[in-house]
Design a protein around this ligand. Sequence first.
Ligand code: NDP
Length: 241
Amino acid sequence: MARVALVTGGTRGIGKAISARLKADGFKVAANYAGNTEAADATAKELGVTAYKWDVGNAQACRDGVAKVEADLGPVDVLVNNAGITRDGFFHKMSEEQWDEVIRVDLSSLFYMTRPIYEGMRNRGYGRIINITSINGQKGQPGQVNYSAAKAGMIGFTKALAQEGAMKGVTVNCVAPGYIDTDMVAAVPEEVLKKIIATIPVGRLGKAEEIAHAVAFLASEQSGFVTGATMTVNGAQYIAG
Ligand code: NDP
């Protein structure tokens, strides 16, 4: 029986590449998204995956969404917490809304999404949880105090839950992308982007498929001894200790 993978934000950017790769690896894939139904429908059609709309920053919506996915496809074996947003601004100008929204969507979503799925994984004695953090959660980034805090929080969540899930066959890991060629990075002004690329030893932005490759490794049955880890995929831009 094909295992079921749920990818949040799985219809665009890095998430789309993850959905595509997991589908190619034989999973039944549910791709969640927030509101861009046009992109979601196109991805679902292109990849042969099922798209589901809900806000990962809303606890009840996550419970309902997970229940719908499990009713349609079966219990979720692989959860990829990929959906994320930025609301950048220097801290002295950052509003409470900018702070709250990023913490809610990028960090609280880990609780909202993982909580209803983890218990089933634990009971079945198998699960793979993969959280997409960021280089900026590892090193901190000016103008992104909210995002850096949320992404660093994901790493703490991963380390703690990995230890709880270890005896129950549930692995919990992070993938920490560097700068990847997606819509999120396209929003960065061109002159800023040039300066960023100059700091990447590999000399280019990463590709979404390169993140999907790391996720596929962690999602596989053979990766059962890898847990609590953060896999850095950033072209040597920042080498975390
Ligand atoms: P994109 O902006 O390209 O895609 C975001 C995806 O997440 C979309 O499918 C979007 O849905 C969905 N999404 C956004 N908010 C919500 C929400 N509240 N509920 C459900 N789905 C939501 O992002 P990227 O592919 O660039 O980033 C993916 C992840 O990788 C993020 O967590 C990001 O922080 C992280 N990352 C990205 C880097 C990069 O260089 N791009 C670098 C390091 C980390 P919709 O289409 O409906 O809007």
